[in-house]
Design a binder for this molecule. Structure first.
Ligand code: GLA
Length: 365
């Protein structure tokens, strides 16, 4: 009898903790007067707020090993912060996450020209990518669903693209499900560009964070950070994270690739090969014990160590964001895939549905 009561109590406790609350409030207006909302999802000790402006994760609160909660993503307290130039804090990136070399690609024999917003290249969807569009938000049970119709020709990409991104919070995970359809052959590579600092946002650099990446190759790049096409083994290089390494351990190594990225800013070829949801990376922050695991269906992961942050941006709670104050784990197809037929394809055709999932799983040890 006693056991039954305990089991019942445990089940109820689990249900109480697993219940997710989703609320909505206004977050301001864009310059053309479009209303923007901020949705907050709470489940147990996890809390995430996400705005319809660029699907950006504005805050993400997780507990440390003593149960103390902190916001672990960089961003701004108010919507205006996101209007100024900023390095895609928390953003939903599209249509094409990462770079397209020389801002062009050919599909079905047709040459497409894109805006150049990163030297000679197109980065993260162009001048006004998905990160700066206002999405339509809807609460769907325990999730927030954002939708956006990207018109044929937007930022140079073909096809009317109908995109849906679903954010689900449980007591230990933030899950993002991406889906899209098109009415013309196109290319697509969606990701999220959250900047994490597991010690708490703005609390110093991330050089002591210990990273494991389940990948034995990466895609080396040229000076403009465009892949050369080679899949290079990480063995014996500062790119080998099979066993945990502190981010700072080899970040200033005398290595051409490290120099090109000014630190880590590269795509790892995940051993999972993509397709099904598998563990890709694990990060542990020793002082707070926070652990983040990244699971994804994507074949690649861009590990970026905030090399371009330079102390000119002041974010939430007045924190100044200096170089390497955060890291990103952008799950993705490989950069510049439309120009590399040997890379996994990023093409999407009418009748097909694009579907990818990435999960950020939190714990403390
Ligand atoms: C990605 C890129 C980086 C940089 C950041 C934004 O991670 O790979 O080179 O552009 O976005 O600053």
């Amino acid at each position: 009898m006693f056991r039954v009561i305990i089991a019942l109590a445990a089940t109820l406790a689990f249900h109480v903790e697993a219940k997710t609350m989703v609320t909505k409030k206004p977050f301001g207006k864009t310059n053309d007067g479009t209303a923007v909302d901020l949705y907050t999802l709470k489940s147990g000790k996890l809390e995430a707020s996400i705005t319809t402006f660029g699907g950006r994760v504005v805050t993400l609160k997780t507990p440390d090993r003593t149960g103390k909660s902190a916001d672990i993503v960089l961003g701004f307290d108010t919507l205006d912060g996101y209007f100024k130039t900023n390095p895609y804090f928390g953003a939903l990136i599209g249509r094409y996450g990462n770079r397209i070399g020389h801002a062009k690609f050919t599909l079905d024999g047709h040459a497409y020209t894109l805006p150049k917003n990163d030297g000679d290249n197109t980065l993260h969807g162009g001048l006004k990518g998905f990160d700066s569009r206002v999405w339509t938000g809807k609460i769907d049970g325990d999730s927030l669903v954002l939708t956006y119709l990207s018109k044929d020709g937007e930022e140079g990409f073909p096809g009317n693209l109908s995109a849906t991104v679903k954010y689900t919070l449980t007591s230990n995970e933030l899950r993002i499900d991406y889906s899209a359809t098109t009415d013309k052959d196109t290319v697509l590579n969606l990701t999220n560009h959250s900047y994490f600092n597991l010690a708490g946002q703005g609390e110093g650099d991330v050089l002591k964070h210990e990273v494991t990446l389940l990948a034995d190759r990466f895609t080396p790049v040229d000076k403009g950070l465009i892949p050369t096409g080679e899949l290079k083994t990480t063995a014996g290089t500062p790119f080998d994270f099979h066993t945990p390494h502190a981010i700072g351990e080899r970040i200033n190594a005398d290595d051409e690739q490290i120099k090109f990225g000014k630190g880590y800013d590269h795509n790892w070829v995940l051993s999972s090969g993509g397709g099904s949801l598998k563990l890709a990376a694990k990060v542990h922050e020793p002082s707070t014990g926070r652990v983040m695991e990244v699971l994804t269906t994507e074949p690649g992961l861009q590990f970026y160590t905030g090399n371009f942050l330079d102390g000119t941006l002041t974010g939430k709670a007045g924190k100044v964001y200096k170089q390497r104050y955060a890291f990103c784990m952008e799950t993705q197809h490989f950069p510049d895939s439309p120009n590399h037929p040997k890379f996994p394809s990023t093409e999407l055709r009418p009748g097909q549905t694009y579907r990818t999932t990435t999960v950020y799983r939190f714990s403390a040890q």
